[in-house]
Design a protein around this ligand. Structure first.
Ligand SMILES: [Ca+2]
Length: 240
């Protein structure tokens, strides 16, 4: 492993290596930009079986969410993080028609490092029920906060209407909250609305934490530990 090339720079990613077992090794590369090429090199590549690349897991899945208002309590915020994005015409979160300042908030249980946000918009089909409702998200705003309420990332939508918004947020450490606002009224409607089919956030626990609930790495680890196994990065600290 492991030259990774961006349009401007080549990174060598070999220092954070975890030998999972006799057949699997994981490399972590803290890259802050879009990658265009990945080159693997090494003596053992003639025995290579499979290669996987990952930008992290969906850390938004079934996390705590809330919205500023509810549309008759039948489209709760939780429908935006239920893991389902295959019926966006009918299953989504939805703020009230009477809410002049709608917002949607995702709270992580612990600090996360995130690299990408994907929003599946409501609508997109031909049914009268959802026809044109995708326009309601146009012009939305999104902010990512840390535990001190500092803004780590801010986005203002200026694109044409999208059914899926892919937002590269670089590599944000210490993210604890994502807030989505909508101040713009859709054409022909009297109030702005936020309706989300699914919100996905890709990343993992901050360095020094592991497992799905982000437990702290063992005090015996001199640096970080493996995100899935808790295995120390490099050699554990020798105990006296
Ligand atoms: Ca959903």
């Amino acid at each position: 492993m492991k030259d990774i090339t961006t349009p401007d720079t080549t990174f060598v990613c070999g220092s954070r290596k975890y030998v999972v077992d006799n057949e699997v090794v994981d490399y972590f590369c803290d890259i802050y930009t879009v990658v265009s090429n990945i080159k693997l090199s090494g003596k053992t590549l003639n025995n290579l079986c499979s290669v996987y690349f990952s930008g992290g897991r969906n850390v938004a899945l079934k996390q705590q969410v809330k919205q500023s208002s509810h549309y008759y309590n039948i489209y709760p915020a939780s429908l935006a993080v239920d893991g389902t994005s295959d019926n966006c015409e009918r299953v989504f979160s939805h703020t009230s028609d009477a809410d002049a300042n709608p917002s949607f908030e995702l709270l992580f249980g612990t600090a996360m490092t995130v690299s990408k946000v994907r929003i599946f918009n409501r609508g997109g089909g031909a049914s009268a029920f959802s026809l044109g409702t995708e326009k309601r998200l146009k012009g939305f705003e999104m902010e990512v906060f840390d535990s001190g309420s500092n803004v780590l990332f801010r986005y203002k939508d200026t694109k044409d209407v999208q059914m899926v918004y892919d937002l590269d947020v670089k590599l944000l450490r210490g993210a604890t909250k994502i807030n989505i606002k909508q101040k713009e009224k859709p054409p022909g409607e009297t109030q702005p609305k936020i309706s989300i089919c699914e919100l996905e956030v890709y990343g993992d626990c901050d360095n020094g934490f592991w497992d799905l609930d982000c437990k702290r790495c063992s005090g015996l680890c001199s640096r970080a530990c493996h995100k899935e196994t808790g295995q120390c990065q490099g050699r554990p600290i020798d105990k006296a």
